[in-house]
Ligand binder design. Structure first.
Ligand code: B12
Ligand code: SF4
Length: 472
């Protein structure tokens, strides 16, 4: 069978400097399907779009494929639906399957554009679904033992260039664990992969590491959500990397408490870890509690310093707009991003990802004012914050980037970020926010910048941005 797997392009190219990093779902499943004898191609639309909506043209392989799978996160969902609908219109007999973190939690919505939706992890059901033995509309994928998942075949990726087997991608994508024992309010990882932290056997991870090294990679990004969650197991892997003496450089995501384990820091250093991506979120203790972070501000401050002193780079990720945030606490967080000495910083506006408690609570409270998935990317205000207007929050987000990247050696990044901000906070959106904030004030929903919810009327909440603008 010919099988196409598609990662749709996001509406705003927010992470275009990391645009080559693929989601691994299609590669894990694609590798399994290829090993089972199918012709598989994986399209990451950032690199090679499969559908041109201007002339209604599909990529030739999509026209030939028997089955087409889509992976989607929330802010690529609309593009996925657009492409899937175009395929169905032209080729009604082709089977379309959806999976990924958005369809898992919005399965009925996704099913309107697909023949089947896989909920949860896909490995144990993919063969039955793609080969047509399981035709249930909603298929629940059981939790996967990641030791059963083979190393991915990067050659499935279309539109990338290969030279002597080396793909033109700087960072080798590797995943050594899945899941997270924490359960932050805004994050869907625990509900998607489970509270149990699944760690891959270090020998199997090393097989993949060696494979990427042979392919010519000298840098890697471990996709783990919490690389050192089970320190004992992480250390075994690190020892093996040190023994292999690969001389390569890599990064991953960590919780800040990793700083307390000096043995871990030593091993990380010797194993080639360069940058720790840390979810700092806020330096307002109440916001950390809103997020269920199980961290203290003191820990965060001390942790960043210790990691930097140890010679690591720290990429600090902040979330602005918790219920306990005010303009002042947001400003403090932004100022801290710089005074902390963090090597790089990333700001997000709190947004509700389907599948999270935050999403459920915001829906119930009727506080999601844009029901357009295109804007669910952490770069747009989509919920009514409590102590600041959506417009001011949006401005703080822009200010955060400008403040952090102003007059640092990272000017090159600034120019990129500047471009990305320009793209993201498009004029139309800002115009809408100004109008919307005025409307909220007029209706008494926001009084002196504080969300009262008193006057909240359902018709205050437009379905899409264009609808909101047309109502104006
Ligand atoms: C690596 C990563 C990135 C990379 C690259 C991502 C990319 N190409 O989009 C970078 C750093 C650039 C990034 C950026 C962002 N990311 Co990110 N990222 C991840 C991370 C850590 C790993 C992704 C991955 O490969 N997972 C591993 C595979 C195994 O999981 P999977 O893709 O879900 O696939 C499994 C199942 O879903 C299913 N499946 C998936 N697809 C399909 C398809 C079919 C047909 C079938 C049958 C089954 C199936 O089977 C797979 C195997 O079990 C995840 C967290 C996580 N653990 O998943 C967050 C995650 C995907 N990111 C997330 C977010 C929000 C973002 C950002 C918006 C950042 C932000 N502001 O918060 C941006 C947007 C990026 C963009 N596309 O524009 C959210 C998405 C949630 C959502 N519903 O939208 C996640 C889930 C984290 C979270 N907070 O909950 N990210
Ligand atoms: S934000 Fe990080 S620590 Fe919190 S649940 Fe998600 S992966 Fe775990």
């Amino acid at each position: 069978m010919k099988i196409a797997l598609i990662e749709p392009k996001p509406p705003f190219n927010a992470y275009f400097f990391l645009k080559k990093l693929p989601l691994l779902g299609p590669l894990f499943l694609g590798t399994m399907l290829k090993n089972a004898g199918h012709e598989v191609k994986v399209f990451k639309e950032n690199i090679l779009p499969v559908y041109n909506e201007n002339n209604d043209e599909l990529h030739p392989f999509i026209r030939e494929a028997d089955v087409i799978g889509f992976t989607t996160i929330t802010h690529t969902a609309k593009r996925a639906y657009q492409v899937a609908d175009a395929i169905k219109r032209k080729f009604p007999d082709k089977k379309i399957i959806f999976g990924g973190s958005h369809p898992t939690f919005m399965s009925e919505e996704a099913l309107q554009h697909a023949d089947q939706v896989v909920i949860g992890e896909g490995e144990y059901v993919a063969l039955d679904v793609f080969e047509g033995r399981n035709n249930e509309p909603l298929v629940r994928g059981p939790r996967v033992d990641i030791n059963d998942v083979p190393p991915i075949d990067l050659k499935l990726l279309q539109g990338y260039h290969f030279k002597n087997d080396k793909i033109n991608m700087k960072y080798a994508p590797i995943m050594a664990s899945r899941g997270c024992p924490y359960d932050c309010e805004f994050c869907s990882v625990t509900r998607m992969f489970g509270k149990k932290y699944k760690v891959k056997d270090p020998d199997l991870v090393m097989e993949e590491v060696m494979m990427r090294h042979r392919e010519g990679f000298r840098h890697a990004f471990f996709y783990d959500d919490n690389f050192a969650a089970i320190p004992g197991k992480t250390k075994v892997l690190l020892e093996k990397m040190i023994q292999a003496n690969l001389g390569w450089r890599w990064s991953s995501q960590f919780r800040i408490e990793v700083w307390k384990d000096k043995e871990m820091l030593d091993l990380l250093k010797r194993a080639g870890c360069v940058t720790l991506f840390v979810g700092v979120e806020s330096i307002n203790q109440e916001s950390l509690e809103d997020f269920n972070k199980h961290e203290t501000v003191e820990d965060v401050k001390r942790g960043i310093k210790e990691l930097l002193d140890y010679g690591f780079k720290v990429h600090s990720m902040f979330i602005l707009g918790a219920d306990s945030d005010t303009e002042e606490t947001i400003e403090e967080t932004i100022r801290f991003s710089k005074s902390s000495g963090s090597s790089t910083a990333q700001f997000s506006i709190l947004f509700p990802i389907p599948g999270t408690r935050l999403y459920d609570n915001m829906r119930k409270a009727n506080r999601i004012f844009i029901n357009d998935w295109d804007y669910f990317d952490g770069s747009h205000s989509v919920i009514l914050p409590k102590n600041i207007t959506p417009l001011e929050l949006q401005k703080k987000f822009i200010h955060g980037y400008k403040y952090f990247y102003n007059n640092t050696i990272l000017r090159w990044l600034m120019s990129r970020v500047g471009f990305f901000l320009w793209k993201l906070t498009s004029r139309k959106y800002m115009k809408f926010l100004r109008y919307f904030t005025r409307k909220l004030k007029k209706e008494g929903v926001v009084e002196e910048g504080v969300l009262t919810l008193k006057g909240l009327k359902t018709d205050s909440l437009p379905k899409t941005l264009s609808e909101a603008l047309s109502r104006k």
